[in-house]
Design a protein around this ligand. Sequence first.
Ligand SMILES: Nc1nc2c(ncn2[C@@H]2O[C@H](COP(=O)(O)OP(=O)(O)OP(=O)(O)O)[C@@H](O)[C@H]2O)c(=O)[nH]1
Length: 311
Amino acid sequence: MKILLVDDARSVVQVMTSRLNSYGYEVVHAENGQKAVEVFPAVCPDLILMDIEMPVMNGFVATNQIRAIEATQEWAWTPIIFLTSSDTVQNLITAIEAGGDDFMSKFVPEPVLQAKMQAMSRIAGLRQRLAVANAKLQNIADHDGLTGLLNRRSMDRKVDHAWSTALHGGDSFGLLMLDIDNFKKYNDHYGHQAGDDCLKMVAKAVEYVAHSTNTQGLTANAFAARYGGEEFAVTIPGASYAAYEHVSHAIVQAVHDLSIPHEKNSEWGVTTISVGGTWLEAANGEIKQVFRLADEKLYMAKERGRNRAEV
Ligand SMILES: Nc1nc2c(ncn2[C@@H]2O[C@H](COP(=O)(O)OP(=O)(O)OP(=O)(O)O)[C@@H](O)[C@H]2O)c(=O)[nH]1
Protein backbone atom coordinates (compact mmCIF):
# COMPACT_ATOMS: atom_id res chain seq x y z
CA MET A 1 0.00 0.00 0.00
CA LYS A 2 1.27 3.45 -0.92
CA ILE A 3 0.54 6.16 1.67
CA LEU A 4 0.76 9.91 1.10
CA LEU A 5 1.68 11.39 4.47
CA VAL A 6 0.90 15.11 4.65
CA ASP A 7 2.36 16.85 7.67
CA ASP A 8 4.66 19.81 8.30
CA ALA A 9 6.05 18.53 11.62
CA ARG A 10 9.35 16.72 10.99
CA SER A 11 9.19 14.71 14.19
CA VAL A 12 5.70 13.37 13.38
CA VAL A 13 6.78 12.55 9.83
CA GLN A 14 9.85 10.67 11.03
CA VAL A 15 8.00 8.62 13.61
CA MET A 16 4.99 7.88 11.37
CA THR A 17 7.16 7.01 8.38
CA SER A 18 9.29 4.55 10.30
CA ARG A 19 6.19 2.93 11.87
CA LEU A 20 4.43 2.61 8.52
CA ASN A 21 7.58 1.36 6.79
CA SER A 22 7.98 -1.27 9.47
CA TYR A 23 4.51 -2.62 8.58
CA GLY A 24 5.66 -2.89 4.95
CA TYR A 25 3.94 0.21 3.52
CA GLU A 26 5.51 2.73 1.14
CA VAL A 27 5.34 6.33 2.35
CA VAL A 28 5.52 9.48 0.22
CA HIS A 29 5.78 12.73 2.16
CA ALA A 30 4.25 16.16 1.39
CA GLU A 31 5.05 19.01 3.76
CA ASN A 32 1.74 20.89 3.43
CA GLY A 33 -1.71 20.72 1.82
CA GLN A 34 -0.67 22.48 -1.35
CA LYS A 35 2.23 20.10 -1.96
CA ALA A 36 -0.15 17.19 -1.36
CA VAL A 37 -2.57 18.50 -4.00
CA GLU A 38 0.33 18.99 -6.45
CA VAL A 39 1.80 15.51 -6.07
CA PHE A 40 -1.49 13.64 -5.65
CA PRO A 41 -2.16 12.86 -9.38
CA ALA A 42 1.36 11.53 -9.97
CA VAL A 43 1.70 9.64 -6.69
CA CYS A 44 -1.72 7.96 -6.95
CA PRO A 45 -1.72 6.89 -3.28
CA ASP A 46 -3.87 4.13 -1.83
CA LEU A 47 -4.35 6.17 1.35
CA ILE A 48 -3.73 9.73 2.51
CA LEU A 49 -2.85 10.58 6.10
CA MET A 50 -3.56 14.30 6.33
CA ASP A 51 -2.62 16.72 9.09
CA ILE A 52 -5.16 19.51 9.62
CA GLU A 53 -3.22 22.58 10.73
CA MET A 54 -0.39 23.27 8.25
CA PRO A 55 1.20 26.38 6.71
CA VAL A 56 0.36 27.40 3.09
CA MET A 57 -2.74 25.17 2.88
CA ASN A 58 -4.55 23.34 5.66
CA GLY A 59 -5.74 19.75 5.48
CA PHE A 60 -9.44 20.54 4.97
CA VAL A 61 -8.79 22.77 1.96
CA ALA A 62 -6.33 20.24 0.50
CA THR A 63 -8.91 17.45 0.91
CA ASN A 64 -11.47 19.57 -0.86
CA GLN A 65 -9.11 20.12 -3.77
CA ILE A 66 -8.15 16.44 -3.96
CA ARG A 67 -11.85 15.50 -4.08
CA ALA A 68 -12.28 18.05 -6.90
CA ILE A 69 -9.46 16.36 -8.87
CA GLU A 70 -11.08 12.96 -8.26
CA ALA A 71 -14.45 14.26 -9.47
CA THR A 72 -12.96 14.61 -12.95
CA GLN A 73 -12.32 10.84 -13.06
CA GLU A 74 -14.65 7.90 -12.82
CA TRP A 75 -14.81 5.78 -9.68
CA ALA A 76 -12.01 7.69 -7.95
CA TRP A 77 -12.08 7.92 -4.15
CA THR A 78 -8.88 7.79 -2.16
CA PRO A 79 -9.41 7.16 1.57
CA ILE A 80 -8.25 10.16 3.60
CA ILE A 81 -7.61 9.90 7.33
CA PHE A 82 -7.06 13.15 9.19
CA LEU A 83 -4.27 13.23 11.74
CA THR A 84 -4.74 15.51 14.67
CA SER A 85 -3.55 16.13 18.18
CA SER A 86 -7.01 17.19 19.40
CA ASP A 87 -9.22 14.15 19.25
CA THR A 88 -12.63 15.88 19.80
CA VAL A 89 -16.10 14.92 18.59
CA GLN A 90 -16.44 18.24 16.75
CA ASN A 91 -13.11 17.65 14.94
CA LEU A 92 -14.32 14.21 13.85
CA ILE A 93 -17.56 15.64 12.40
CA THR A 94 -15.72 18.49 10.65
CA ALA A 95 -13.19 16.03 9.19
CA ILE A 96 -15.89 13.79 7.72
CA GLU A 97 -17.80 16.78 6.37
CA ALA A 98 -14.60 18.07 4.74
CA GLY A 99 -14.41 14.90 2.64
CA GLY A 100 -12.30 12.76 4.96
CA ASP A 101 -13.09 9.16 5.80
CA ASP A 102 -11.71 8.85 9.31
CA PHE A 103 -9.91 10.65 11.99
CA MET A 104 -6.92 9.52 14.04
CA SER A 105 -4.75 10.97 16.77
CA LYS A 106 -1.09 11.49 15.84
CA PHE A 107 -0.27 9.67 19.05
CA VAL A 108 -2.43 6.68 18.28
CA PRO A 109 -1.23 3.53 20.10
CA GLU A 110 0.83 1.14 17.98
CA PRO A 111 -1.74 -1.72 17.79
CA VAL A 112 -4.54 0.70 16.79
CA LEU A 113 -2.42 2.23 14.00
CA GLN A 114 -1.44 -1.22 12.78
CA ALA A 115 -5.07 -2.43 12.79
CA LYS A 116 -6.34 0.67 11.02
CA MET A 117 -3.63 0.34 8.35
CA GLN A 118 -4.54 -3.33 7.90
CA ALA A 119 -8.17 -2.32 7.26
CA MET A 120 -7.06 0.38 4.81
CA SER A 121 -4.80 -2.07 3.03
CA ARG A 122 -7.78 -4.40 2.50
CA ILE A 123 -9.73 -1.49 1.00
CA ALA A 124 -6.75 -0.66 -1.25
CA GLY A 125 -6.69 -4.28 -2.48
CA LEU A 126 -10.41 -4.16 -3.16
CA ARG A 127 -10.07 -0.89 -5.06
CA GLN A 128 -7.35 -2.42 -7.24
CA ARG A 129 -9.53 -5.44 -8.01
CA LEU A 130 -12.45 -3.13 -8.79
CA ALA A 131 -10.27 -1.07 -11.14
CA VAL A 132 -9.22 -4.21 -13.03
CA ALA A 133 -12.83 -5.50 -13.20
CA ASN A 134 -14.02 -2.08 -14.33
CA ALA A 135 -11.42 -1.92 -17.11
CA LYS A 136 -12.48 -5.38 -18.30
CA LEU A 137 -16.16 -4.39 -18.30
CA GLN A 138 -15.37 -1.18 -20.13
CA ASN A 139 -13.49 -3.16 -22.75
CA ILE A 140 -16.44 -5.52 -23.21
CA ALA A 141 -18.86 -2.59 -23.40
CA ASP A 142 -16.78 -0.82 -26.05
CA HIS A 143 -16.07 -3.73 -28.40
CA ASP A 144 -18.06 -5.92 -30.70
CA GLY A 145 -18.18 -9.46 -29.33
CA LEU A 146 -17.68 -11.17 -32.69
CA THR A 147 -14.97 -9.15 -34.40
CA GLY A 148 -13.30 -7.39 -31.48
CA LEU A 149 -13.58 -4.05 -33.29
CA LEU A 150 -15.04 -1.00 -31.60
CA ASN A 151 -18.81 -1.40 -31.52
CA ARG A 152 -21.31 1.10 -32.84
CA ARG A 153 -21.85 2.79 -29.46
CA SER A 154 -18.18 3.47 -28.79
CA MET A 155 -17.60 4.35 -32.43
CA ASP A 156 -20.32 7.02 -32.22
CA ARG A 157 -18.63 8.47 -29.16
CA LYS A 158 -15.18 8.48 -30.78
CA VAL A 159 -16.51 9.88 -34.06
CA ASP A 160 -18.31 12.72 -32.23
CA HIS A 161 -15.10 13.56 -30.40
CA ALA A 162 -12.96 13.39 -33.58
CA TRP A 163 -15.53 15.48 -35.46
CA SER A 164 -15.67 18.25 -32.86
CA THR A 165 -11.85 18.30 -32.63
CA ALA A 166 -11.69 18.65 -36.43
CA LEU A 167 -14.37 21.37 -36.39
CA HIS A 168 -12.54 23.43 -33.77
CA GLY A 169 -9.13 22.91 -35.32
CA GLY A 170 -10.34 23.50 -38.92
CA ASP A 171 -8.89 20.07 -39.78
CA SER A 172 -9.79 17.66 -42.52
CA PHE A 173 -12.05 14.70 -41.81
CA GLY A 174 -12.48 11.46 -43.69
CA LEU A 175 -15.05 8.72 -43.23
CA LEU A 176 -15.31 5.39 -45.04
CA MET A 177 -18.34 3.10 -45.00
CA LEU A 178 -17.55 -0.51 -45.90
CA ASP A 179 -19.87 -3.37 -46.81
CA ILE A 180 -18.91 -6.97 -47.66
CA ASP A 181 -20.13 -7.91 -51.11
CA ASN A 182 -22.88 -10.49 -51.61
CA PHE A 183 -22.60 -11.58 -48.03
CA LYS A 184 -26.12 -12.99 -47.94
CA LYS A 185 -25.04 -15.41 -50.67
CA TYR A 186 -21.96 -16.27 -48.59
CA ASN A 187 -24.12 -17.17 -45.59
CA ASP A 188 -26.58 -19.06 -47.77
CA HIS A 189 -23.81 -21.05 -49.43
CA TYR A 190 -21.31 -21.65 -46.61
CA GLY A 191 -23.54 -21.33 -43.55
CA HIS A 192 -23.86 -18.73 -40.83
CA GLN A 193 -20.92 -20.03 -38.77
CA ALA A 194 -18.58 -19.70 -41.75
CA GLY A 195 -20.12 -16.24 -42.28
CA ASP A 196 -19.08 -15.29 -38.75
CA ASP A 197 -15.53 -16.50 -39.40
CA CYS A 198 -15.43 -14.51 -42.62
CA LEU A 199 -16.61 -11.38 -40.79
CA LYS A 200 -13.83 -11.84 -38.22
CA MET A 201 -11.13 -12.16 -40.88
CA VAL A 202 -12.39 -9.15 -42.82
CA ALA A 203 -12.56 -7.11 -39.62
CA LYS A 204 -8.93 -7.99 -38.82
CA ALA A 205 -7.83 -6.93 -42.32
CA VAL A 206 -9.72 -3.61 -42.08
CA GLU A 207 -8.29 -2.89 -38.65
CA TYR A 208 -4.81 -3.81 -39.83
CA VAL A 209 -4.99 -1.31 -42.69
CA ALA A 210 -6.25 1.49 -40.42
CA HIS A 211 -3.60 0.70 -37.83
CA SER A 212 -0.72 0.34 -40.28
CA THR A 213 -1.46 3.66 -42.00
CA ASN A 214 -1.23 5.24 -38.54
CA THR A 215 2.09 3.55 -37.79
CA GLN A 216 3.42 4.51 -41.23
CA GLY A 217 2.56 8.15 -40.47
CA LEU A 218 0.10 8.47 -43.38
CA THR A 219 -2.71 8.97 -40.89
CA ALA A 220 -2.50 9.62 -37.17
CA ASN A 221 -5.75 8.57 -35.54
CA ALA A 222 -7.58 6.41 -38.08
CA PHE A 223 -9.78 3.80 -36.42
CA ALA A 224 -12.06 1.02 -37.56
CA ALA A 225 -15.39 -0.07 -36.08
CA ARG A 226 -18.14 -2.55 -36.78
CA TYR A 227 -21.02 -0.39 -37.91
CA GLY A 228 -23.54 -3.22 -37.86
CA GLY A 229 -24.12 -6.56 -39.62
CA GLU A 230 -21.59 -6.91 -42.43
CA GLU A 231 -20.86 -3.17 -42.46
CA PHE A 232 -17.78 -1.45 -41.06
CA ALA A 233 -16.68 2.18 -40.79
CA VAL A 234 -13.22 3.70 -40.79
CA THR A 235 -12.79 7.21 -39.45
CA ILE A 236 -9.77 9.16 -40.65
CA PRO A 237 -9.46 12.49 -38.86
CA GLY A 238 -6.84 15.08 -39.78
CA ALA A 239 -5.31 13.24 -42.74
CA SER A 240 -4.62 14.42 -46.30
CA TYR A 241 -6.88 13.48 -49.19
CA ALA A 242 -4.10 11.27 -50.56
CA ALA A 243 -3.89 9.35 -47.28
CA TYR A 244 -7.67 8.95 -47.11
CA GLU A 245 -7.77 7.71 -50.69
CA HIS A 246 -4.87 5.35 -50.00
CA VAL A 247 -6.68 3.81 -47.01
CA SER A 248 -9.87 3.25 -49.00
CA HIS A 249 -8.10 1.39 -51.84
CA ALA A 250 -5.80 -0.46 -49.45
CA ILE A 251 -8.88 -1.87 -47.64
CA VAL A 252 -10.43 -3.14 -50.88
CA GLN A 253 -7.11 -4.76 -51.80
CA ALA A 254 -6.47 -6.21 -48.33
CA VAL A 255 -9.88 -7.93 -48.21
CA HIS A 256 -9.43 -9.33 -51.72
CA ASP A 257 -5.94 -10.55 -50.76
CA LEU A 258 -7.35 -12.54 -47.85
CA SER A 259 -8.54 -14.93 -50.58
CA ILE A 260 -11.53 -16.16 -48.57
CA PRO A 261 -13.35 -18.43 -51.04
CA HIS A 262 -16.75 -17.07 -52.09
CA GLU A 263 -17.99 -18.97 -55.11
CA LYS A 264 -21.11 -16.85 -55.42
CA ASN A 265 -19.32 -13.52 -55.52
CA SER A 266 -19.44 -12.59 -59.20
CA GLU A 267 -16.27 -13.30 -61.14
CA TRP A 268 -13.83 -12.98 -58.24
CA GLY A 269 -14.51 -16.25 -56.45
CA VAL A 270 -13.24 -14.71 -53.20
CA THR A 271 -14.74 -12.38 -50.61
CA THR A 272 -14.56 -8.70 -51.53
CA ILE A 273 -15.67 -5.44 -50.01
CA SER A 274 -17.09 -2.19 -51.33
CA VAL A 275 -16.13 1.17 -49.86
CA GLY A 276 -17.81 4.57 -50.02
CA GLY A 277 -16.19 7.63 -48.51
CA THR A 278 -16.39 11.33 -47.79
CA TRP A 279 -13.49 13.65 -47.13
CA LEU A 280 -13.73 17.33 -46.21
CA GLU A 281 -10.75 19.64 -46.33
CA ALA A 282 -11.92 21.78 -43.40
CA ALA A 283 -14.55 20.11 -41.30
CA ASN A 284 -17.85 21.98 -41.29
CA GLY A 285 -21.54 21.15 -41.33
CA GLU A 286 -22.89 18.14 -39.53
CA ILE A 287 -21.45 14.69 -38.97
CA LYS A 288 -24.80 13.12 -40.01
CA GLN A 289 -24.25 14.63 -43.45
CA VAL A 290 -20.78 13.04 -43.65
CA PHE A 291 -22.29 9.61 -42.96
CA ARG A 292 -25.06 10.19 -45.50
CA LEU A 293 -22.57 11.19 -48.23
CA ALA A 294 -20.34 8.19 -47.49
CA ASP A 295 -23.41 5.93 -47.67
CA GLU A 296 -24.33 7.38 -51.05
CA LYS A 297 -20.81 6.65 -52.31
CA LEU A 298 -21.03 3.11 -50.94
CA TYR A 299 -24.27 2.63 -52.84
CA MET A 300 -22.49 3.92 -55.96
CA ALA A 301 -19.63 1.41 -55.42
CA LYS A 302 -22.20 -1.40 -55.26
CA GLU A 303 -23.98 -0.07 -58.36
CA ARG A 304 -20.72 0.16 -60.31
CA GLY A 305 -19.87 -3.48 -59.74
CA ARG A 306 -18.60 -3.94 -56.13
CA ASN A 307 -15.00 -4.75 -55.03
CA ARG A 308 -14.10 -1.08 -55.34
CA ALA A 309 -13.82 2.21 -53.49
CA GLU A 310 -15.78 5.30 -54.47
CA VAL A 311 -14.31 8.25 -52.66
N1 LIG B 1 -22.85 -14.75 -40.42
C1 LIG B 1 -23.28 -13.54 -40.14
N2 LIG B 1 -24.02 -12.89 -41.05
C2 LIG B 1 -24.44 -11.65 -40.78
C3 LIG B 1 -24.12 -11.00 -39.58
N3 LIG B 1 -24.68 -9.76 -39.61
C4 LIG B 1 -25.31 -9.64 -40.78
N4 LIG B 1 -25.18 -10.77 -41.50
C5 LIG B 1 -25.73 -11.10 -42.81
O1 LIG B 1 -25.27 -10.23 -43.80
C6 LIG B 1 -26.15 -10.33 -44.91
C7 LIG B 1 -26.31 -8.99 -45.57
O2 LIG B 1 -27.08 -9.15 -46.71
P1 LIG B 1 -27.53 -7.97 -47.65
O3 LIG B 1 -27.82 -6.75 -46.82
O4 LIG B 1 -28.63 -8.50 -48.51
O5 LIG B 1 -26.27 -7.60 -48.47
P2 LIG B 1 -25.31 -8.47 -49.36
O6 LIG B 1 -25.81 -9.85 -49.58
O7 LIG B 1 -23.94 -8.37 -48.78
O8 LIG B 1 -25.35 -7.73 -50.74
P3 LIG B 1 -24.60 -6.41 -51.19
O9 LIG B 1 -24.38 -5.59 -49.95
O10 LIG B 1 -25.55 -5.74 -52.12
O11 LIG B 1 -23.35 -6.81 -51.85
C8 LIG B 1 -27.46 -10.91 -44.37
O12 LIG B 1 -27.65 -12.21 -44.88
C9 LIG B 1 -27.22 -10.95 -42.87
O13 LIG B 1 -27.86 -12.08 -42.26
C10 LIG B 1 -23.35 -11.72 -38.60
O14 LIG B 1 -23.03 -11.23 -37.53
N5 LIG B 1 -22.93 -12.97 -38.95
